[in-house]
Design a protein around this ligand. Sequence first.
Ligand SMILES: [Zn+2]
Length: 278
Amino acid sequence: MSDRPVESVALMARPKNQKSVVKKRSYTAGRVARQLPIAPEPNRLLKVWRRVLERRLRTRLRAKVAVEIHDNTHTMLTFQRQRALWRLRLHHMFLAAPDDVVQALASFVRNGDPDASVHLDRYIERNRAYIRRLSPAQMRKRIRLEPEGQHHDLERIFARLNERYFESRIDAAITYGPAPRVKGPRKSIKMGSYSADSKVIRIHPALDQPMVPRYFVEWIVFHEMLHHVYRTRRGDDGRRCIHPPELMEHEKRFHDYSRALAWERENLDLLLRARVSP
Ligand SMILES: [Zn+2]
């Protein structure tokens, strides 16, 4: 029970309408690369290359593909299925990817193939010279931090936990995240996240309600602080492990661990139904 991930597939309620389920995954670079200047790609050329890549993926996925190219520093690839369309957001290093890499992309997107994942990892590692380097402080400057809330002051919760459990050594920022736009009732809720790039913890604004007990918010914050301590790594099976056993073990040291788990079990509906104004 303890290895239940809080992010990604966290708190999946039974989907009512299978068709509207969106498959989403992300894939991140293991390490941020040294800075190397790269010549800016002329826009027109970029468009052509992007279309070529879409075509190459389309033949392999036998489905419509929309590619968006970015210059992110940490997340190299995310994808999402929207009915018959695959939406991929890719780092520009994939524009000129050789066939074996495009094939791996297709296999990874289609069924999360672990071999393909290893292949992609190697490609990212070989091309890390193209990953722009930004310091966490630079990244953080771009983010508006709003930790105060109406009911739960995240800054204070963070500071107390930091003192109590981490000798105040966790150098991260915290904020309520923006309210994601959801049509109809939520099927899942991502209560917290941690960005290793910016060292920012984001907490879902649905937690800022009077009926959500303080110890529950503390637990979510504590969990995200552990992500700062234990970085994502590869498990023995080659898959990415965002919740290594050490993290899950450490999490049990939280003073209200079982109470928080029990509250979550009983009140999931309340969180899924929460209306949050952006
Ligand atoms: Zn987590």
